[in-house]
Design a protein around this ligand. Structure first.
Ligand SMILES: O=C[C@H](O)[C@H](O)[C@H](O)COP(=O)(O)O
Length: 220
């Protein structure tokens, strides 16, 4: 917990008055949102967009002023977590099923600061099964198509039923093993009809902050 918090709080130091901020999703982004809430109470003036319904509710509780994403064209800084970060700052995201909105927000952001604990840093992506959001229509065949790309696909189940994203879709967790060519894989997956978005974020991060158990951080 301390490692996630340390990384997240470091990222919040980059947020200045007047900025539009993207709020990530997950247990690491949580700490950034908490700290932003404190800073706003202390007088910081920002507006924020949320990457999930869960984050939106948290922001409302903390009285962080929210703005609809359709009212803006650019976001100054987004702070978000990741499930894996490789040596080139490519990411796997979507462990919480939020990667579609997260990618939309990231794509509008001048800066994407990724906050992780040391366990998320890998040389090559792929230990964490890649989350792929797919539409419900024909999902069985979409899964089969995914398997032809070389993975073992697993429909995500929660409480004995398929997990539903904020967008009303399913998630398939795809175990590809070690991913040698993430950019090519990203394109191949998203070319399958029925796939909405996969959790690979290729060269989108502009800064990575890694937190350690002793509370120290390393910025890259
Ligand atoms: O869908 C969830 C997001 O991509 C999260 O940012 C990611 O799963 C990391 O979450 P956590 O910080 O809880 O490990």
């Amino acid at each position: 917990m301390e490692s996630k918090r340390a990384a997240a709080e470091k990222a919040v130091e980059y947020i200045r008055n007047g900025m539009i901020i993207g709020l990530g999703t997950g247990s690491t982004a949580y700490w950034a949102i908490q700290k932003l809430g404190i800073n706003i109470k202390d007088g910081l003036r920002v507006k924020a967009v949320a990457t999930s319904i869960h984050t939106e509710n948290l922001a409302k509780e903390l009285k962080i002023p929210l703005i609809s994403i359709s009212e803006i064209e650019e976001i100054d800084i987004t702070v978000d977590g990741a499930d894996e970060v490789d040596d080139e700052w490519n990411l796997i995201k979507g462990g919480g099923g939020a990667h579609l909105r997260e990618k939309i927000v990231a794509s509008m952001s001048k800066e994407l600061i990724i906050v992780v604990d040391e366990s998320k840093k890998v040389n090559r992506l792929g230990k964490f099964p890649l989350p792929v959001e797919i539409v419900i229509f024909n999902y069985e065949n979409t899964q089969k198509k995914l398997s032809t790309l070389g993975c073992v696909p697993q429909l995500r189940i929660r409480d004995n039923k398929p997990f539903l994203t904020d967008n009303g879709n399913y998630i398939v967790d795809c175990d590809f093993g070690s991913i040698g060519q993430p950019r090519e894989l990203h394109t191949a997956i998203n070319s399958i009809p029925g796939v909405v978005e996969n959790g690979l974020f290729i060269k989108m991060a502009t800064k990575v902050i890694i937190g350690y158990q002793d509370g120290s951080v390393k910025e890259q």
